[in-house]
Design a protein around this ligand. Structure first.
Ligand SMILES: Cc1cc2nc3c(=O)[nH]c(=O)nc-3n(C[C@H](O)[C@H](O)[C@H](O)COP(=O)(O)OP(=O)(O)OC[C@H]3O[C@@H](n4cnc5c(N)ncnc54)[C@H](O)[C@@H]3O)c2cc1C
Length: 387
């Protein structure tokens, strides 16, 4: 067993950590949240430094890193800014991995280099107003198949970064009468500027810099060459990217938890009460010690899941465990951090209170933690399906 990072991984980790420390100052992250604006200027810098291409093969303009490198980068970004990390995740995981896993050679050549050089951003348009957990039961968006086009009609909701995305990974029904609910679903790469698309921001508390949007499709004409994967097999394709998504969310939330934790440990050393640093009180020490243990345990789950995937081994249950635990821990760490900071913990100026909303978000999306437990019960423990 070897817990040490390779020389290459240490270089990646220190390069991204240095970059984020320099760029994501508390003033900058506060401005992003207050102005509710995507970190566009950092996007180009991330691209120039090769970070956007970390998980993209070299032949498509990336640096050819594996899932372990991707996890390192995402964790370090989220320590400094969950908004930047979330934006990174949306394009690199939802966009890059979807095209990488089931795109055609032509699509990979067309889209992946532009993802790596920062000229294209992606959003996933899956969830609908009728419900995200039971998306197969609630999906109303229809793509009518013509000779050379799809005509899409419907509404998507909570679509992160839709206002800045160039393309939507759009999921719609191409058959309204399939044998199984998971059949007849198709994924299309839809140009966000296509006539008939209307985007409307939904104000939100968690990560305001990355806007959640409603996206309306009204007779949106998309060429068949933008079909991603096989027509009618979209759900099966999406399932193949879930491990990656869950590992990515675990890495994001561990980075978020670690960033909050590092900050609040220093706060506990500096803040005085009763002529002592508050970190001298056992209650505060116990909060912090428990957080330290849980972050370390979450890292262990994440590393195992990512390692399994890097070796091409099955990792669905481990990835789901890592997502569940890391997001729960990050919410707990954020909540304890607010307690340790007292009144300052809920002031807008301090990042910790804002991070509490972000941490809560990842306990319910992209898969809710209740559904993670359902999955672990059913697939990991062989219990009957509960839903
Ligand atoms: C800020 C934000 C950003 C998002 N970004 C995107 C995005 O970019 N693209 C996208 O497509 N979607 C996105 N989503 C949607 C997200 O994936 C859904 O919110 C999530 O799947 C939950 O769906 P829901 O909100 O409709 O809750 P519901 O499905 O209504 O669930 C409500 C509650 O019921 C519980 N529940 C439901 N069924 C069961 C069951 N069988 N057993 C136990 N509990 C159950 C859930 O766990 C949850 O606690 C985003 C959501 C948010 C809030």
């Amino acid at each position: 067993m070897n817990f040490e990072l390779s020389k290459q991984q240490k270089m990646i980790k220190s390069a991204i950590a240095e970059f984020i420390k320099k760029e994501c100052t508390p003033e900058y992250t506060l401005a992003l949240d207050k102005e509710k604006r995507f970190p566009e200027e950092l996007w180009q810098k991330l691209a120039e430094n090769g970070f956007l291409g970390i998980a993209i093969p070299e032949e498509y303009g990336g640096t050819g890193g594996d899932i372990l490198d991707y996890v390192l980068v995402i964790e370090e970004i989220c320590k400094g800014s969950i908004a930047v990390g979330f934006g990174f995740f949306l394009s690199i995981c939802f966009g890059g991995k979807s095209i990488g896993f089931y795109g055609t050679e032509k699509q990979k050549q067309e889209f992946l280099p532009k993802l790596a050089d920062g000229s294209l951003k992606f959003a996933l348009a899956l969830t609908e107003p009728g419900g995200g957990t039971d998306i197969l039961g609630s999906m109303q968006t229809i793509a009518e198949v013509t000779d050379d086009h799809y005509i899409i009609n419907g509404q998507k909701t909570f679509i992160s970064g839709a206002d800045v995305a160039d393309y939507f990974i759009t999921v719609a029904r191409t058959s309204d009468n399939p044998d199984k609910k998971s059949d007849g679903i198709t994924i299309m790469l839809v140009d966000a500027k296509t006539p008939g698309i209307k985007i409307q921001a939904i104000p939100k508390l968690a990560i305001p810099a990355v806007t959640a949007c409603e996206v309306f499709f009204n007779d949106v004409k998309t060429p068949k060459s933008n079909l991603l994967g096989k027509e009618g097999k979209g759900w099966h394709h999406l399932v193949s990217t879930l491990d990656n998504e869950r590992i990515g969310v675990a890495a994001m939330t561990i980075g978020l938890a670690q960033g909050i934790f590092d900050y609040v440990v220093q706060y506990a050393k500096d803040r005085q009460a009763f002529d002592k640093p508050i970190g001298q009180f056992q209650a505060i020490q116990h909060y912090l010690a428990k957080c330290a243990i849980k972050i370390e345990a979450a890292k262990g789950l994440l590393q195992k899941a990512a390692w399994l995937q890097s070796k091409g081994k099955r990792c669905d249950v481990e990835a789901t465990m890592a997502k569940y635990y890391a997001s729960s821990v990050s919410f707990e760490v954020a909540s304890k951090a607010v307690s340790i900071m007292g009144g300052y913990g809920v002031m807008e100026e301090y990042e910790v209170g804002r991070q509490l909303h972000a941490a809560k978000l990842f306990t319910l999306a992209p898969i809710s933690n209740e559904m993670c437990l359902n999955y672990i019960g059913m697939v990991g423990l062989g219990l009957p399906r509960s839903y």
